[in-house]
Structures are given as C-alpha cells and as structure tokens.
Design a binder for this molecule. Structure first.
Ligand code: ADP
Length: 960
C-alpha cells in the first residue's frame, strides 16, 4: 500500500513535476524565440537605416563627381532594379518585412509608420537633388545638402529607429528576465524531486539544446544579414565600453566575445583611429559632456585588412539625464573611397582632357587638361558660361551632331577628330571620344590634344616634300625601295633618262634597263646586300631613252628605324660615262707617254754609243793636248750622266709597264754596297764627303738582283752626295732585325720638310728646298728606287728631322740564307772566248760611225777588225773570214741582228764563234730574245769599255 502510495505519490510528484517541467520548458522555448525575434527586429531596423544612409552617401558621391555608379544604393533604396543593385531590397520592402515582425497595434508599429513616412520624404529629397544636378542646377542641389534639410530628415529617421530599438530592447530585457526566472523555477523543481528532475533535466536539456540551436541559427542569420548589409553595428556604454555583445562587430572584425568586451573592441581599430577615439575619450573626461566620435574610422577586418568606414553614432539618452549608451553603425566605404581616389587620379592626369557635360553643349565638370587644351581658365568654367558647342568652329558642328546622334542611339560613338577655338582665337585639333553616362543627355568625353602630333605630321609632310623636290632636282637618278628591295619610288630624273612611265617601271622593274651582260653579276651583289643590310655599290651601264647605254655608279644605303631594322633603301645612280671615258683616255695617254719615253730613251742611246766610243778613242795618250784632255774629261762625265738619265727613263717605262725583270740570286749586302760605293766613289770624293760604312760582324745576305740593288744604293748615295753641302758626312749602316736586313743611308745635308716627306717618292718630284743643290736629275730616282725595293719584297722609307737636319733613307728587305759556293755562274760569261787575247773581230752596224768607233777602240788592243753595214754582208764576211767574235747590231735595214745570229749559228764552220748583241734595247725580254737567237752576250748601247772588258778582259782602254 505504502509502496502503492509511494508509487502513487511518486507518480503524482512525477506528474506534477513533469507538468511543471514541461511548462517551464515551454516558457524557456518561448523566451528563446522572443529573443531571436527581438534580434530580428533590431536587424531589420539596422537594414532600413543602412539602406537610407547608403542612399544618402551615394547621393553625395554623385553630387561630388557626377558619376552614376554612386547612385546604385539610392536606386536600390527606391526599388529600381538594375544589374548593379539587383540583390538589394528597397527601403519600402525592408519596412514591410520589419512590419511583419511587429505585433499589430503595438507602439513599435506606430513608430515604424513614422519611419516609413520619413523614409519616403528622405528619398524624395534625394531624388530632388539628383534631378537638379542632372539638369545642370548643381548649385541648388548642393544648397539643399548644405542647408542640412537632408541631414535633419536622416536624424529624425534615426531618432525613430532608436526609439524602436529602445522599445525592442526593453522587451528583450523583460524576456531575458522571464527566461532567468523560468530557469530558477526549473532548478527548484529539480531539487525537490531529484530522480524526476533528471527526467525533467533531460527534457529541459533537450529543450535547452533546441533553444541554443535556434539561437545559433539566429546568430548565423544575423551575421549573414550584417555582412549583406555591409554595416557594422556596435553598442558601448556612455564611456565607450562595449558592454553588450554585438555579433555584427565580431563578425566583421573577427574578434571574440571576450576580446571585444569593454575596451577590447578598440584593438580592431587602426592606430590612428584608436588615437582619435582616445583623444575624444580624454576630452570627455576633461570637459564632460557627450563623447565626440570621429566620423571616419579605419577598422581591421577579420582578414587583417584595414577598411575605411563611415561611422554614425547615436546617443541613447539615460532615463534621468545624459547618455546611457552609444549605438554606432559603421559602413564600409573602402571600395567607394578607392573608386573615388582612382577617379580623382584619372581626372587629374594631364594626359587627357575629361569633360562631364550634356549632349546639348553644357559642361558640368572639366579637368585641368581639358581647360589647358581649349585655353580657358577654371573661372570661365565656374562662371557657367563655358559650353563646348560654343567653342566648336561652325564647320565641325555637323560632325559633332552626327556623333551625338549615334551616341544617343547606341550609348557611345567612335572617336573622331575635330577642332576647338581657344580663348585666344587660335584653333586646337583634338581627338574626341564620348559615351552616355546617364539616362538623360549626360555624357563623359575624353579629349586628346593633337597639336603636337599634327605639327609633327606637318613637319614630316614638309620634310617629305622638301626631300622629293631635292631628289627630283639632283643630277643623279634616285630611287627608294622597301626592305626587300621592291622599288616604290623613282625621282623625276629617272623617268627623264629612261622615258619609261612610272607604271611600267613599277611593273617591270628597273632591271629591264640594265645591260644584259651585267645583269647576273649586279643582281647577285644587290641581293646579297639586301640580305645582310650592307650598303650597296656597283657600276654598270643602264639603257637610256635613246636606246644607248651609259655607265652609272650606283649606291644604296639602308635606312634603319630606332631598333636597327632596315625600313627602306635609298639609292642613286650617278652617270659616270664621261668620267670613265676620261679615265680611259688618261690610261691611253699614259700608255702612249710610256711608249714615247721608252722609244725616246732608246733612240737617244743610239747616237750616244758612237759619241761615247769616240770619246774613249780621243783619250789616246798620243793625241791629247792638255786642253783637249780637260774637254775630254768633261765630255766623258756629261755623256755618262746622259747615259744614266736615259737608263733611268727606260727603267721608269719598264716598271710602269711591268717589264722590269729581276735576276735574283743570293748575294751579300756587302757586295751590293761595294758595287754602289764604287759607282759613286768619284762623286763622293769630288764633294769631299766623309763616308762611314758600318757592316755587321757576320755578312748578311739578300735574295736580290745585284745590279738593281746596287742601282738602289747608288741612287741613295748619289742623292746624299748631291743634297749635302760639300765636306758632309754620310753614314751607311747595315744591320738585321728578325728576318729582315736593314740598310740605311744617313747624311747631314739639307734635310726634308716633314710635310713634304711623303711626296718625295712620287715620280718627277723635286723639292723646292733642294733646287740650289740640284745637279742634274729629273725627279725619278727615288720613285724607281722605291719600286725596285718593292719588287724585291722590301720597303724604302725616308726620314728627316727637318730642313738643315739631314736625312735618312732606310731599306728593309727579307733576309736570305746564303747558297753554297760556286752554285751560280753566268751562262754567257762561262762561254769560251772570254779569255781571248788577240782575235779577229767582225763588227756589224748600219750606223757607220758607231761601227768605226767601236772598231777603232778594239783595234787599240791589237785585234783584227772587220766592219760590215748590212746583215747579208756580215754573213758573207763571217763565212769568209771565220772571226772569233762578232758584235752584231740588232736593228738593221735588211734583216734583224737576231736573224743574222741565227744564220751564223747555222753555219757549222763557225762553231765556236762568240756572238755579242749590240742594241739600244736593254729590257730583260730583249736579253732573252738575244739568248734565244744564239747570242752569247747582250750589250746595251752606248757600250762602255767596262762592258767589253767583261768579254775581252785584256782590252786596252785609253786610260790603261
Ligand atoms: P732627283 O734627285 O733627280 O731630283 P730623286 O727622285 O732622286 O730625284 O729625289 C727626289 C727629290 O727628293 C729630290 O729632288 C730632292 O728634293 C729630295 N731628296 C732626295 N734625296 C735627298 C736627300 N738625301 N736629302 C734631301 N733631299 C733629298
């Protein structure tokens, strides 16, 4: 029974406590719902306020910049949909949704009606200012903003909203209190019946879980709403302590509940903002009164980025007096601020002019660059008198109109060029591009000043014109080609010369005028130059209008751009026909001159031969009187001089015609020097010069023609003797350096001016300074000397410290290795007969004087002399007399000396006959010819006794 009673009691208690617990749980659930509801109302109110304040901020942005984008929040607030604002509800929608949360007939509902009315007024105030601005009445629009009507409306709205929030808060507190009491009641019941309380607790826990889930959900909703509303709300007490948790603040900053509490929320501020707030707090504690919050904050977002915020703070009045708490709303305007600063940067750039205006010609805003371009001041713009149509010249108005029409239809128009008239009356060319930015006639235009570009273009055109005029009037044919050689322009002279039309020329190409014999070569070379970008130069004949070819020197230069690429070729053809003819004529004349010198020298030699031989005869001791001996000596010297001059002339013509042949052998420099010194001995002695010869210890050798090299040195010694005052000093040095032999002739004579040094090797050059000392000579010695040295592979140079300071002539020659002894012997000198003592001699010369004088000379040595004057006579006499030696002239009236020689060589009985050619021609080819004809010796006229002595060593001369 007791058990039953206990069970019954327990069951009763259970039922009672169960009922109590369920009732308590219901009450708790209800309270949690109420809290969520109150928070939803608070959120809805915040969204209304944010929407309106965003619209107002946007309106101000628009009034400042005229940029339509700023009006997006305003349009959203009005419920206008566009792509940009599609996701935001309008203010009236927000009010509607708030209304749904409020109990009908409540005080809050009445307050919301007021908010509704005020919001409508606010929006129409915004609309009015925007319309005024768009119609160009900016000043009136800004006045409305400045006189504070808008602000007052906003303050009224905020006040109504604050009241609503206070009401909401009051109710919330009540709910919280009820919630608290309910919990206490539940605990008490649990203490009375612990077992059952477990059940109750379980139920309660269940309910509590449901309640906190619901709270979490509500918070999540709240957070997302805050994020969507882009406003951050916080509440502090009168001193700035964050006393109540504000999820939107935490959601934005990422701060924890604890961290944000009290003054912790200030950690999320940028140090500058923090300092500003600190200053405000300090000022308040110093001076009392309400806190003066700064209006722009920089708040660190949960991702660490500082965001620019506009902050509106509302003081909640305390029941008695003063402020109970502050409610602040921060709106993130970072993007707006960035856009604003980007816009400012862009508008302030001095690269392009920017104008905001309308299609009918009004200008609302213009940057400095635009004003600079059109030459007006900002004051002109501010006065409202500046219109873009008024500064457009009449002829451009139609163009403007056309583009405006297009922009009206399509929203934009292609950029185009036009002109403005500057304030000073001058015109400025510009490039304009514009687009519509509003629904009305509003446009933004970009204006680029083209003055510099137009001027550059004009200069370029002028230069091009000048160039073409110049190119058309030069005497050359000129052309221009693209980088691949395609000619796109010829000058007028080209068409004058070819008489081919421009069209034909561009079609068939200039190569049609090129002489076919040269076509391949010229085109190959031209192609190579085009490929490697090298300047082109060539010479070829081009056909003229008369069908005749003339020679042209053609050149083309590549023209590069700044990166070094060939952009075009410019070429000219210069008519060089006359020049070529002149050159050919000169070459002809020069050849004739050389031939003349050679013939003259040869012809001069012929008469000299008997004169020289005669002189030898006249010097016989028995015939000579002292006076005659003196005259004889003079004549001998002069004849020798004459012979030397003629030899030099012959050498010149040989060298210029390339006929000088060298008989090179390895000889010692000492031997060359001996020969040369011997030749000049008399001259050196006569002038009383002291000669010093410095030879190296070891003999040096060169591979040279002894006679020619001796001629070189004797020329230098001869000059040294000539151009040094009597009693001078001449030093001959021989040395080696590396593979070279150096020979120098230094005198202390008249010297040579440095400026004239390079010229002294030119043919027929004689320096003025040397005139007083010139003894004979025609200015060819050094020219021959240098060329002979060059033929030996050497170099001759001159040096002098200046007039009066002497001269040095230096020869550099390749050094040679000496050959073994006895390797070389002259074929002629090895012939029998060279040792003949007293012989029968036949002399053949058509010049009777020459034959007789030679005969007389030879007879002096006891030889038996027979003279013939024709070839046939000589052959006949030779057959009859069997002479030992025959001296045969080459140039004869009936047959040549060569033919006579061949005939004599063909006669077997004349075997052993020594044949000596006697001729004025001394070229190597002449010697070769003599040898081929069978001669043993070749003597050039006038024959000296020295030359005869080489054949007949025991020849007696008048001096012996
Ligand atoms: P030439 O002696 O017949 O006039 P060259 O050709 O030998 O002709 O010399 C050319 C010129 O060089 C001479 O006329 C003279 O003015 C100058 N010249 C040559 N050798 C000397 C020298 N040793 N000192 C000064 N002047 C010299």
């Amino acid at each position: 029974m007791r058990v039953l009673m206990a069970y019954g009691l327990t069951a009763g208690v259970l039922v009672v406590s169960g009922i109590t617990a369920v009732l308590n749980a219901r009450s708790q659930q209800e309270t949690a719902r109420e809290i969520t509801h109150a928070q939803d109302i608070a959120l809805a109110l915040e969204r209304i306020e944010n929407a309106l304040s965003d619209a107002e901020t946007g309106q101000r942005g628009f009034l400042l910049t005229g940029q339509e984008d700023y009006l997006d929040p305003y349009r959203a607030a009005r419920g206008e949909t566009s792509i940009a604002v599609i996701s935001r509800p309008s203010v009236s929608e927000l009010i509607q949704s708030a209304r749904r949360l409020l109990p009908s007939g409540s005080r809050q509902e009445r307050l919301l009606d007021r908010v509704d009315r005020l919001a409508r007024d606010k929006l129409s105030e915004l609309e009015q200012t925007i319309r005024l601005y768009r119609s160009g009445r900016m000043r009136e629009a800004t006045e409305i903003v400045v006189n504070g009507d808008g602000k007052r409306m906003m303050d009224d709205i905020r006040a109504a909203l604050v009241e609503m929030r206070a009401e909401d808060k009051f109710m919330l507190r009540q709910r919280q209190r009820e919630h608290h009491d309910g919990a206490e009641r539940a605990l008490m019941s649990a203490g009375v019946v612990s077992l059952l309380s477990l059940v109750t607790l379980a139920i309660l826990m269940n309910v509590s879980n449901a309640s906190s889930r619901s709270l979490r959900r509500s918070e999540q909703r709240f957070r997302s709403l805050v994020e969507a509303a882009s406003a951050v709300v916080w509440v502090t007490d009168a001193d700035g302590r964050m006393t109540a948790d504000k999820p939107s603040w935490r959601a934005f900053t990422g701060q924890g509940r604890e961290a944000a509490a009290m003054f912790g929320w200030m950690d999320a501020l940028h140090p500058e903002t923090r300092q500003a707030i600190q200053r405000a707090l300090d000022a308040r504690s110093r001076e009392g009164g309400a806190l003066r919050w700064p209006e722009r904050w920089r708040v660190r977002r949960h991702d660490g980025q500082y965001r620019e915020m506009i902050v509106r703070c509302v003081a909640m009045p305390a029941a008695e007096a003063g402020t109970e708490e502050w409610i602040g709303a921060c709106t993130d305007v970072t993007e707006l601020a960035n856009a604003e600063s980007r816009m400012r940067c862009f508008a302030e750039s001095d690269v392009i002019g920017i104008v905001f205006g309308d299609m009918s010609g009004g200008i609302r805003y213009a940057n400095d660059e635009y004003l600079r371009t059109i030459g007006y001041e900002r004051a002109d713009l501010d006065s409202g008198a500046l219109r873009w149509d008024a500064i457009t010249p009449p002829e451009w108005l139609a163009v403007d109109r056309r583009h405006v029409e297009q922009a009206r239809r399509t929203g934009t128009c292609p950029r185009y060029e036009k002109e403005y008239v500057r304030k000073n009356g001058s015109r400025v060319p510009v490039l304009v591009g514009f687009g519509m930015i509003g629904e009305e006639d509003e446009v933004v235009a970009f204006v680029l000043d083209l003055s510099d570009q137009k001027e550059a273009e004009a200069t370029l055109r002028r230069r091009e014109e000048e160039f073409r005029t110049l190119a058309d009037n030069i005497s050359q044919l000129a052309w221009m080609a693209d980088p691949r050689g395609g000619i796109f322009w010829y000058n007028r002279r080209w068409f004058d010369y070819t008489a081919v039309s421009q069209r034909t020329m561009l079609e068939s190409g200039w190569q049609a005028m090129l002489h076919p014999d040269h076509a391949l070569r010229v085109e190959d070379k031209l192609r190579a130059c085009l490929q490697n970008g090298m300047p082109w130069e060539d010479s070829f004949p081009l056909r003229g209008a008369d069908g005749r070819y003339r020679w042209f020197l053609s050149r083309a230069l590549p023209i590069h751009d700044e990166r070094g690429n060939v952009v075009r070729w410019f070429g000219t053809h210069t008519d060089v026909t006359a020049q070529r003819e002149l050159e050919e004529e000169l070459t002809r004349v020069n050849r004739r001159k050389d031939e003349f010198i050679a013939t003259l020298a040869h012809e001069l030699r012929n008469p000299l031969a008997p004169v020289q031989a005669g002189l030898e005869l006249l010097k016989l001791p028995g015939n000579a009187t002292p006076a005659a001996a003196k005259v004889h000596a003079i004549m001998t010297r002069q004849i020798a001089h004459l012979v030397r001059l003629i030899d030099d002339l012959l050498d010149v013509s040989r060298i210029t015609s390339g006929k000088l042949e060298l008989r090179r052998e390895t000889i010692s420099v000492g031997a060359v020097l001996d020969t040369a010194l011997e030749e000049c001995r008399l001259k050196l002695e006569a002038a009383g010069h002291e000669v010093e010869v410095n030879l190296p210890q070891q003999p040096l050798h060169i591979d040279a023609d002894l006679v020619r090299m001796a001629q070189v040195l004797s020329n230098l010694l001869d000059n040294a003797a000539k151009y040094t005052p009597d009693g001078g000093r001449i030093v001959v040095g021989v040395d080696s350096r590396g593979d070279e032999v150096l020979i120098s002739v230094t005198d202390n004579g008249i010297g040579i001016d440095a400026d004239l040094l390079p010229r002294i090797f030119d043919l027929f050059t004689q320096l003025e300074s040397a005139r007083p000392r010139r003894r004979g000579g025609i200015g060819i010695g050094l020219s021959i000397t240098r060329q002979i040295v060059a033929l030996h592979g050497g170099v001759l140079s001159a040096d002098s410290a200046g007039p009066g300071k002497g001269s040095t002539f230096s020869i550099r020659l390749p050094q040679a290795v000496p050959m073994s002894a006895g390797a070389k012997a002259d074929p002629l000198s090895s012939r029998p007969g060279t040792s003949l003592a007293c012989r029968r001699i036949l002399i053949l010369d058509d010049n009777a004087d020459a034959a007789d004088t030679l005969g007389a000379l030879l007879a002096m040595s006891g030889h038996e002399i027979h003279v013939a004057h024709t070839g046939a006579e000589a052959i006949d006499m030779a057959q009859r007399l069997h002479p030992d030696i025959a001296f045969l002239d080459i140039g004869l009236p009936d047959m040549s000396g060569h033919e006579v020689a061949r005939a004599l060589r063909a006669i077997a009985s004349l075997n052993g006959l020594v044949l000596v050619a006697l001729t004025g021609w001394g070229a190597d080819s002449d010697v070769r010819q003599s040898r081929e004809a069978g001669f043993d010796f070749h003597l050039t006229k006038p024959v000296t006794t020295a030359a005869i002595k080489a054949i007949l060593p025991n020849l007696k001369t008048p001096l012996d």
